[in-house]
Write a protein that binds this ligand. Sequence first.
Ligand code: CMC
Length: 394
Amino acid sequence: TGMFTYDPGFTATGSCASTITYIDGDKGQLLYRGYKIEDLAEHSTFIEVCYLMIYGVLPSAKELNAFEELVVSEMMVHEKIVDFYKGFQSDAHPMAIMVGVIGALSAFMHEEFDVNDPRDREHIAIKLVAKFPTLAAFAFRTASGLPLVRPKKKYNYIQNFLYMMLANPMDDDFDINPVVVEAIDTIFLLHADHEQNASSSTVRIAGSSLSNPFACVAAGIASLWGPMHGGANEAVLYMLEQIGSPDNIEKCINMAKDKTSGFRLMGFGHRVYKNFDPRSRVMQKMCYKVLEVTGKDTMPLLDIAIKLEQKALQDPYFIDRKLYPNVDFYTGLVYKALDIPVNMFTVMFAIARSIGWITQWSEMMAEGLNKIGRPRQLYVGPPVREFVKIEDRQ
Ligand code: CMC
């Protein structure tokens, strides 16, 4: 049967070659197409990063404007897709809705695309990134029993998302706080891609059978949902709320160290970063900035988060295992301060990661290798056994 390496969790397996994202886990370095995440977070925007991902280069101001206009013009979705939302229970988690409706996009966009044509792949990427916030906002409004709100040309990409999610249809105007827009833009930028994480690998494996790209992205959303991956931002917030007071931090840390508890410190640890996560530094800074301007009432949670981080970083358990706060340790706090509903945290991670998923899918298709993703296994079941007919069994 040939030789293969046994590598559960793929800790030492390179599954593809890629030109999109570079991570040096020891140095705490993250690059998108060669540009440092810190520089992009300071000077760029999520939409500019989408351009960079799709085209491989930074746009001129004119190109960027035209690109954002194009993306915004694609934010509307087929009205038929609205019917899907009617089938969900009112308490459905918005991530559950997203798995369904993004997968359903494959029913609306299938035959007209040639996945081997680079121009078509560019359009697929633009349509996915454009429609994602609309479908996400609809998911939230369905779960809250609110009427749906359609995108508007006068708003940019991030503003449109906030407008569709939070606007009260009875008000004439929607007041969009620029600090909120900037913070969300930066969070999206930080989450845009992260090389071969579980959800991106899922999208690649699904796509390797030459399947519909929107259906493949639905598989990625399913993978992202769990608390060990994108679900961590939501889990961090619940954890901090449960801790409730700095007095309970020690108890929480002890529980995380106890393997029989089944509990892990949410927002801590990373498969690749073993020194620090550069995204979490940007997030921590932003957390202070946002709380200064808006969410003073979230301050006690930030206080618990900072003390928890300090305590954990001094504990030999976390030092020995090189466990540091990851990007999502502070994301939930910022979202909370911005009054973003908690069950939307992971959905917002998915919006941001949509560009990474689809760019990686496109890169794989461009290679034209047509190599299906097909890991092997170590069989540990019974050896060949004699079959006993049902009437002869005891
Ligand atoms: N709390 C307590 N112990 C931990 C934690 C934690 N958060 N993370 C890892 N460990 C321990 C783990 O029990 C193991 O101990 P031992 O060697 O004694 O068995 C050791 O550290 C190595 O952990 P691992 O599970 O082998 O590491 P991994 O690379 O497979 O997992 C991880 C990485 C992120 C899934 C994990 O650290 C974790 O579950 N963290 C909490 C969830 C979280 O914050 N996830 C978000 C990740 S960043 C955003 C994203 O990419 O989605």
